[in-house]
Design a protein around this ligand. Sequence first.
Ligand code: C5P
Length: 235
Amino acid sequence: VERKDFIYEGKAKQVYSTTDENLVIIHYKDDATAGNGAKKGTIENKGILNNKITAMLFKMLEKNGIKTHLVDVLNDRDQLCQKVKIFPLEVIVRNVIAGSMAARVGIPEGTKPSNTIFEICYKNDAYGDPLINDHHAVALGLCTYEELAEIYRITGQINNLLKDAFDKIGITLVDFKIEFGKNSKGEILLADEITPDTCRLWDKETGKKLDKDRFRRDLGGIEEAYIEVLKRLGA
Ligand code: C5P
């Protein structure tokens, strides 16, 4: 499979078509943004680290029955992936309260809720990726109720698998964001990435943040934190 045309550029990745109409190449960049693009920067080697971290986690999930878009890692920064039509939804899971939820409802960061919290946001930069509910999502034509039910079911499985995997390496999976897409066969696949850009990861012993909050909150040691996550995953 050969790389063909540039299709799309997001904040952290680029997408290229290939000579196979069902496959794309996803290129991981070092660009970092926060606050819906309000803060911009680069994190040295982030693309290389996130390409590897996503691949390790997606392979672990695949082994446990989760269908993902990942086909192959081509090199340091490029993945071969199934072409999917992305649902314009950010699916967020919270095992511990932090970030925007802590701010929105006035619960201190670090509080453990009695139940796992699922949120969905409408992927729309112009409107700042607003938090919506199931009925908004269907009314906006983003997905059907049936697709949402399937997405929540898979998301619950992914959360259990990820929580366990991180727990084993001394990390609390506080929260994370995932995205789903549909391939040409109509299958719903986990797409995008799972990385310290898209998760909150706290060291179980010290509480040290091993994720993009180091960039968002100017804590320094960003690249080191991402390297630490990759190392603990067994790379
Ligand atoms: O900011 P908030 O607390 O809503 O983020 C929840 C989780 O979703 C965090 O792990 C964050 O990194 C992730 N997220 C993301 N992309 C966004 C918004 C949030 O990966 N656009």
